[in-house]
Write a protein that binds this ligand. Structure first.
Ligand SMILES: Cc1cc2nc3c(=O)[nH]c(=O)nc-3n(C[C@H](O)[C@H](O)[C@H](O)COP(=O)(O)OP(=O)(O)OC[C@H]3O[C@@H](n4cnc5c(N)ncnc54)[C@H](O)[C@@H]3O)c2cc1C
Length: 386
């Protein structure tokens, strides 16, 4: 057992953080205010090899492991959680899924431009009436010659308004319920109607979130991902990895909250001494530190186990471990940011203080990739099954 990151992971963490600090740090507030990431960022991240961290090199990726993906998202999130979220949707939800379930032609066609950052990826599962109950989706895909006509609405889709390639789940045989769902690779520009509406969010601003309307949108049959009516297994193949990678994104926000709080606790003087000298403030700092360290260790373990499961090892433990890692990280991060807000007192309420942005950003860590409640349900189910 080794609690240290490898040299390669450490180097990755340092270079991602260094880039984020230099290039994104100065515009992070602007990104939040304008709810827009700069257009140049995707190509730049592609050049740096961070748009397809886990995709094998033969398809244009960096060929690293899931721990590397966690580390990358964690470091991005310390400076700009919105960029980290969009990268998560791109690399994990879209690229990893495409690699895992795609045939050779699909991999060759889609992965290289996605890894270069020429196209942004997304995954569209959630619908207005189907969130946690993912297999309750209503979107239809009707066969029409060599095409499928997609009709329905997807909502809350990260990168959905700007994506060049998207994995979309639809019912091909609704009467079969969960067994009648198929995943499709969808691009803009096909025949039929596709409209994307930008949704205005309280946090994670800059990461584009969209409502997508499809009406008889014509998708070629060769764009079926992972087989007809195999949508649930495509979905399940990625859920653990999604949760593990999401842990890095969530945890980066807690780390930033602790960094800001330590600085402020040393600088802010009340009653003639820095507030960091008061034990009630110290307790909050300690609470943040203990939570972050615990969640990070669980992330390391879950990422390592996810890698093993991905390579064909024992798969069952990863379900509850991945859910546990994200559950803990989500709770710890929300609490850490609440502590940071309290430590910053009234200043935290001012828009130009970064803890304000963190407070709006962090809550998503308990909602996306399965809510905290759903994570608990998964863990309980696995525990009772054993
Ligand atoms: C910013 C943002 C980005 C997102 N990005 C994507 C994306 O890229 N792609 C995508 O497909 N989706 C995306 N989502 C959707 C996200 O995955 C869903 O919001 C999430 O799964 C919860 O679904 P819901 O919002 O419909 O909540 P609901 O499922 O309606 O849940 C409402 C409440 O009920 C609780 N609940 C539900 N079922 C149970 C149960 N069985 N037992 C106990 N409690 C329960 C939930 O925990 C929650 O507290 C995104 C969401 C947001 C906000």
């Amino acid at each position: 057992m080794d609690f240290e990151l490898s040299e390669a992971h450490k180097m990755l963490a340092e270079s991602v953080y260094d880039f984020m600090l230099r290039e994104i740090g100065p515009i992070a507030e602007q990104i939040d205010r304008e709810d827009r990431l700069p257009d140049w960022v995707w190509k730049k991240l592609g050049d740096l090899g961070w748009m397809g961290v886990t995709v094998p090199e033969e398809y244009g990726g960096s060929g690293m492991d899931y721990l590397a993906q966690c580390v990358c998202l964690e470091q991005m999130s310390r400076i700009c959680p919105a960029l980290s979220l969009s990268c998560h949707a791109h690399s994990n939800l879209c690229c990893d899924n495409l690699y895992r379930n795609g045939d050779e032609e699909q991999r060759q066609q889609y992965l290289p431009p996605l890894c270069r950052g020429e196209k942004l990826g997304a995954l569209a599962l959630t619908e207005p009436d189907a969130g946690s109950d993912a297999v309750g989706i209503q979107m239809r895909a009707k066969r029409h010659g060599k095409y499928y006509l997609l009709s329905g609405i997807k909502t809350f889709i990260t990168n959905g308004t700007v994506a060049g390639a998207m994995i979309v789940y639809a019912k091909t045989e609704p009467e079969k319920g969960a067994k009648g769902i198929t995943a499709f690779i969808v691009e803009p520009g096909y025949q039929g109607t596709f409209a994307a509406r930008h949704l205005d969010k309280m946090g994670e601003r800059g990461s584009p979130t969209g409502e997508l309307i499809f009406d008889e949108y014509r998708v070629p049959e060769e764009n079926i991902l992972g087989g007809l009516n195999q949508g649930v297994s495509v979905m399940m193949s990625g859920l653990d990895m999604e949760r593990v990678a999401g842990t890095g994104w969530t945890l980066g926000m807690a780390e930033r909250a602790l960094e800001l709080s330590l600085k402020y606790a040393k600088e802010r003087v009340q009653f003639g001494q820095p507030i960091g000298q008061f034990q009630l403030i110290q307790e909050k700092l300690v609470d943040m530190y203990v939570g972050i360290e615990s969640a990070r260790l669980l992330m390391y373990k879950a990422a390592t186990m996810a890698e093993r499961a991905h390579r064909g090892g024992k798969g069952s433990e990863i379900n509850k471990l991945a859910a546990a890692a994200l559950l803990l990280a989500g709770q710890v991060s929300t609490q850490a940011v609440l502590h940071a807000v309290q430590i910053h007192g009234g200043y935290s309420y001012m828009m130009d203080y970064p803890v304000n942005r963190l407070l709006r950003d962090v809550k998503l860590g308990e909602i996306g990739a399965g809510t905290s409640e759903i994570r608990k349900i998964i863990i309980a189910r696995e525990l009772l099954r054993e």
